[in-house]
Design a protein around this ligand. Structure first.
Ligand code: GCU
Ligand code: CA
Length: 155
């Protein structure tokens, strides 16, 4: 006769019998955080809000110059590869490349192609290893056009 069992003893009996399998949970994915450009360290640029569609209080309009930069402090709880998502607008038809460095080491040169208008915001993503705790993530303009307008970085 099959009896219905309830409670821990019953579940344990089913596990032993192989009728129910238990599996360990997966670690929860770390929450992503939005780091606004206007809260970052700005090298040769200003915070503006004259082009709609930004998040937070505005965006960074860098000078049109090589070396203009925005540097964020990104602080994941665990070390590992993270997607760094840059939200930007470029109302020109010329890409505005930026060297991306993490803790001073160059990761890549990321292109920020035209987005059609200064109010049309798009993203560019790079995957890079971060330490647990504070990391500096810096985008530095490589051309005389400076950076695209930068809204935020999300990890
Ligand atoms: C325009 C635009 C700015 C932008 C600048 C540029 O002036 O209003 O937001 O940063 O062009 O070309 O860099
Ligand atoms: Ca600019």
């Amino acid at each position: 006769m099959i009896r219905s069992r309830t409670g821990a003893a019953g579940i344990a009996a089913l596990l032993v019998a192989g009728l129910v399998t238990a599996s360990a949970g997966h670690p929860a994915a770390a929450a992503s955080v939005v780091y606004e450009a206007e809260d970052a360290t700005i090298v040769n640029g200003v915070v503006e809000s004259n082009h709609a569609g930004f998040t937070g209080r505005g965006f960074v309009n860098s000078d049109n110059a090589v070396g203009a930069a925005v540097e964020w402090t990104v602080s994941p709880t665990a070390a590992g590869n993270k997607s760094l998502v840059f939200r930007y607008a470029n109302g020109t038809t010329t890409s505005r490349p930026a060297t991306i460095t993490i803790n001073g080491s160059t990761v890549t040169t990321l292109q920020f192609p035209g987005t059609g208008s200064w109010t049309n915001w798009m993203i560019q993503t790079v995957s890079a290893p971060l330490n647990a705790g504070a990391n500096t993530v810096r985008a530095t303009a490589t051309t005389a056009n400076g950076l695209a307008n930068l809204d935020s970085l999300t990890d």
